[in-house]
Design a binder for this molecule. Structure first.
Ligand code: 5GP
Length: 179
């Protein structure tokens, strides 16, 4: 059944069950890979709040979680747009950081944020994204854990918004192309 968010129509794309099953698998894999490493999960607000919450519930190893917001501002002409974080109070030195992101599209956000995170000298930085649009990727980026590879079409639901709306759905919907 299609849904309406503001002026756009969306069609069902990933069901609640599909999302939850995939999250179980990701959490199992991450728990295995980071056994004994006491990782710190960092959820990127606002979009990843549902994903981070469900993923973290399935993590079975000792670990901590925190949330940050990314803000972009114009740097010097040589550095272009700089992305920095607000809300990060943890000491990252020697922590294995796992970034939890809702979607990597062009990769711009993550590729400009990672260098500023590296300056805080974590033991390692790993990216876990629920969705990835490889066709839209423009910035070099290694994604360690990917929930679903999706086509380059706008999606909403499960934390992802269209102009602030649509985050509350348990499923993910894809924009309906004009017929
Ligand atoms: P990037 O910097 O990788 O191009 O974009 C990442 C951000 O763009 C995501 O965190 C998300 O906020 C937004 N974004 C990219 N594609 C979509 C999409 O299909 N739907 C929604 N709701 N947001 C998107």
């Amino acid at each position: 059944m299609s849904i309406q968010v503001l002026d756009k129509t969306f069609v069902p794309y990933l069901s609640e069950q599909e999302i939850q099953n995939r999250i179980n698998q990701l959490a199992l894999q991450i728990s295995k890979d980071f056994e004994g490493k006491n990782p710190l999960f960092i959820g990127i607000l606002n979009g990843s709040f549902m994903f981070a919450s469900d993923l973290y519930k399935d993590i079975s190893i000792p670990s901590t979680i925190s949330f940050i917001k990314l803000v972009s501002y114009k740097g010097t002409s040589s550095s272009g747009t700089v992305i920095t974080s607000i809300g990060l109070e943890e000491d990252l030195s020697d922590r294995h950081v796992i970034i939890v992101e809702d979607i990597v599209d062009t990769g711009k956000t993550m590729s400009s944020f990672i260098p500023s995170l590296q300056k805080l000298q974590p033991a390692s930085v790993t990216i876990c994204t629920l969705l990835h649009k490889p066709d839209a990727l423009q910035f070099p980026l290694t994604l360690d854990y990917i929930g679903f590879v999706i086509p380059d079409k706008f999606v909403v639901g499960y934390g992802l918004d269209y102009d602030g709306y649509g985050r509350n759905f348990r499923e993910i919907f894809q924009i309906k192309q004009p017929s």
